[in-house]
Design a protein around this ligand. Sequence first.
Ligand code: ZN
Length: 103
Amino acid sequence: MAKLNNRGNLNSGHYSIKCLMKKLTKSEAENYIKEFFKTKRSQEEIKKIKRLTMHHNIKLGEYRKNFCKKCFSQFPKNALIRIKNKIKIIRCKNCGCVSRWKI
Ligand SMILES: [Zn+2]
């Protein structure tokens, strides 16, 4: 199994996203994504990881709720969340896009 010993940093030259797509198996990519969302990520990094998930046909599931679907900025921990009729509403501070999820 390929070891991701660089703490999953996509900015390092060693692991470009194209390289990751070829290198990782699906389950390795899933692990990588799990690690990826443990730390704060930039919009560019999230865009890249989305490409990785599409390449491997991985569903982001819960992780999808971590970032804005429009501008890919990660929601802060203290993001404004409202709950209305069993629907969770979160507004992106960056682009103003509103995301809704059933709970
Ligand atoms: Zn946004």
